[in-house]
Design a protein around this ligand. Structure first.
Ligand SMILES: Cc1cc2nc3c(=O)[nH]c(=O)nc-3n(C[C@H](O)[C@H](O)[C@H](O)COP(=O)(O)OP(=O)(O)OC[C@H]3O[C@@H](n4cnc5c(N)ncnc54)[C@H](O)[C@@H]3O)c2cc1C
Length: 360
């Protein structure tokens, strides 16, 4: 049966979920407030080498597989260049290698000479690094747009610059959304509004706890090609876009960074980070940062995705590592909402249900 959906949010989670719902033949409207989102300001690294527990690793790995599926229909720019990682102690590196090997995840421990061969521009290659050949990076700037266009080609409609102030209910069921311009009705509402999610679901008394995780990320002007992989170094994560621009979150280890406030101005933070970039990488001549963006990462309180129904007619999808996980969460959520989840899918979603906060 064809159902009508309103998807609130047009970052990667909303856009990718809208695509899956449209693909399943449903009538979809995507409503987006505008402003800076996390997706377009992300670092874009698609990986399963960072994870919080075994289930989380398996979900992220399924995320990489889902990316390969979705790229058959969505012309996003993803470079499967692999990652070289040495932002950990030798003991931790050994332990990570052993654990990932046990998971049968593609990983190699490589020595200095091989690192130098792979990345000749490094000023001082480490003695050893982990190499994750299956990892890649998506160009974040126009990422959502590619998913939205694919959804629109299947009939989805995009409503831009429209703020959702509340969910609309009738007889205890969510029947649509409220905006300053009036209400819109649908059979089901999917809330994928990133850091805006908590306020929207709060309108029906639902507590989805997100913690503040601000971040700065910088870009240089286009440079000649110097980097061939994503690099996770003790001085920071860096990678070079196909445009030649180098991207770098200004905090090393940004995936696990848990600062709640930014203590530097954007220029102080970017100046310090660009010095670290030059320390890592030669061949950049006088490259300076050309853009620094303050972003807010949607981060559930326990660090894990929150995906599932929150009320009759309302479903939520909010998470960090949404670039890695967007396509798999979208596939699973669309199946879940439309009653097509099989046992394996249900097991994959089980640890991430909103119930852990709603009915602890
Ligand atoms: C600096 C940085 C680096 C990152 N690096 C990585 C990485 O390397 N790998 C990785 O996997 N993840 C990374 N992330 C995380 C990832 O970017 C996010 O998890 C992901 O983009 C979240 O997508 P989203 O669609 O949930 O939210 P967003 O992209 O923030 O989109 C939210 C959408 O909701 C809309 N919205 C919000 N409130 C309302 C409202 N009231 N009414 C209507 N619309 C509303 C917004 O307009 C927007 O369209 C990074 C994030 C940041 C900020």
């Amino acid at each position: 049966m064809v159902q009508s959906f309103i998807v609130v949010g047009a970052g990667i989670i909303g856009a990718a979920t809208a695509l899956q719902l449209a693909k399943a033949g449903h009538a979809v409207k995507i409503v987006q407030a505008g402003g800076v989102d996390a997706t377009s300001t992300s670092f874009g690294w698609i990986n399963a080498s960072f994870f919080l527990n075994d289930d989380h690793h398996h979900l992220r790995r399924a995320g990489i597989a889902a990316w390969h599926r979705v790229l058959q229909n969505v012309p996003a720019s993803v470079d499967w260049q692999g990652c070289l990682c040495w932002d950990m102690s030798p003991d931790d590196m050994e332990a990570t290698f052993t654990q990932l090997r046990a998971f049968d995840y593609p990983v190699e421990m490589i020595a200095k000479s091989q690192i130098q061969k792979r990345e000749p521009a490094l000023n001082a290659a480490p003695d050893q690094a982990l190499f994750f050949p299956a990892e890649g990076a998506a160009s974040p700037a126009d990422l959502s747009r590619h998913f939205l266009t694919a959804a629109q080609a299947l009939g989805a409609k995009l409503i831009r610059n429209t703020y959702v102030s509340a969910l609309k209910t009738k007889n205890g069921r969510v029947i649509g959304i409220e905006t300053p311009q009036g209400d819109m009705l649908a059979d089901q509402v999917v809330i994928a509004a990133g850091t805006g999610t908590a306020a929207i679901v709060g309108s029906i008394g639902c507590d989805i706890p997100l913690v503040p995780r601000p971040a700065y990320i910088l870009r240089t002007a286009p440079q000649k090609k110097v980097l061939h992989h994503i690099l996770a170094t003790p001085q920071g994560e860096i990678r070079q876009e196909p445009s030649g621009q180098i991207l770098m979150p200004v905090v090393p280890g940004h995936q696990s960074d848990d600062a709640e406030e930014l203590m530097q101005t954007p220029t102080e933070a970017a100046d310090a980070a660009i010095k670290r970039l030059h320390a890592i990488c030669g061949g950049l001549e006088n490259a300076d940062w050309s853009e620094v963006t303050r972003a807010e990462r949607p981060m559930p309180r326990d660090g894990f995705p929150i995906v599932g129904p929150i009320a009759d007619g309302a479903y939520v999808g909010v998470l960090h590592s949404g670039i890695t996980l967007g396509p798999i969460i979208a596939e699973l959520a669309a199946k879940d909402i439309t009653g097509r989840l099989d046992n394996a899918d249900a097991a994959m979603l089980a640890p991430y249900r909103p119930d852990r906060f709603l009915h602890p």
